[in-house]
Design a protein around this ligand. Sequence first.
Ligand SMILES: Cc1ncc(COP(=O)(O)O)c(C=O)c1O
Length: 487
Amino acid sequence: MSPSRFSPDSSIPLYQQVADRITALIEKGTLSSGERLPSVRKLSRDWTVSITTVLEAYRLLENRGMIEVRPQSGHYVRPRIRTSPPEPNFNRSRIQPTAVSLGELSVMTLHDAQDAELLHFGAAVPHPNMLPSERLNRTLSAVARRSASRATSYEFPPGAKTYRVEVARRAVTAGCALTPDEIIATNGCTGSIWLSLYLLCKPGDAVAVETPTYYGLLRALEGLNLQAIEIPAHHRDGMSLDALEYALQEHRIKAVLVTTNFHNPTGSCMPEKNKERLVEMLADRDIPLIEDDVYGDITFEDERPKVCKAYDKKGMVILCSSFSKTLAPGYRVGYLAGGKYHHELVKLQITANLASPTLPQLAIAEFLANGGYEHHLRRIRRMMINQMAWLRQAVTRYFPEGTRMTNPQGGFALWVIMPEHVDCLQLYDRAIQHKISISPGFMFSPKRQYRNCIRLNAAFATEDTEDQVALLGSLAAQLAQREKTSV
Ligand SMILES: Cc1ncc(COP(=O)(O)O)c(C=O)c1O
């Protein structure tokens, strides 16, 4: 590769400039699939950058799924997966309030996640291997012994101070300067979202959401008798702000509910400039933003992305999250930072739950304070980078021709768009007979779009599951074939 200059004064770190240039060479085809990259030493010489810079750049490219390391051999360009989903369709007539009625299927897929006989490609739950359960449970026992009476007492909202201190500390990594007094402990991210929607909306009101979106958010709208306005979302950048702008002009929207980082099901991550624009756009109209950041810590890059809350000058963003995806979904420990709604949310949390369980808050606070969390995150990020890359390759290999998929840069969810006639419900039924659970696409839209899509949980996708991915692919191929012959 020929030498070329980099800009040392740019705000983009040098290793990222190197990685971006290699990405461009791969995209243009100068470096082709399966080709060996120059050795670290050679590239460092040719491009007059340090060895550390090249190593960092190669690591970033590995995280992006562009290259792979072959032991004792070097770095190679990964086979390209030319299967991105289409751009979202900004069809104005479809941007309308819709009543939400999801039915039983979303509850069934959650129950599937508890069936030990099934392979859990369905619900987006972490694999038990990813969680530091033993250490966390030991911490919990130690806290229970040490603070026996406190651990069994009420911890009235806003919740345990030690927990809120740790959450505020971590918020810095997401670009937020929050004090513990701005945070409320909740019963998971679901609890945070429920409180926010309950406070901000009354039955019949319309809330803007991405489409597709996580069915748990849709269930919350359904439970509160709220209408959803589906805003098209890009598989890489998230909610289309032009479409939202249009919706805001045409409809009375009470709140906007988005998963900005590593969206479920598409894995999209909203670019920083869009986050800033979204916050300003809504603040100008006095419309609150409910931000779900439950996957923000599971980035495939070196640093986690910021949240919209980082750009919130008027206190209009309610940041909702939890430790369900990284530490312990069963502890049900979540939080919210409610901005100007803080005091109302504290009162509502008292009304709805009186308090959240004390002991899990104290245990998570201690785990976060003792410094093992960053190390733990690095481990699960690496696992997810490898597993997502492996799953994408396996879907490419085994699913029928015409299948497309997203390229998540974090989180667990892979969104797979199969040929038009493959019915996700039929695939769900057949897969369950073979002890594989999946999430059918149509649960991710109140208008029941995405019938030919499924969401796969990459947290359970390892090389040991190759036979099951192959089986799923062949079931999808049979359905595609059957439809073709019956047309
Ligand atoms: C986007 C999103 N938000 C919230 C949740 C639920 O989080 P919690 O277990 O903290 O309630 C999930 C779980 O799948 C999710 O995908």
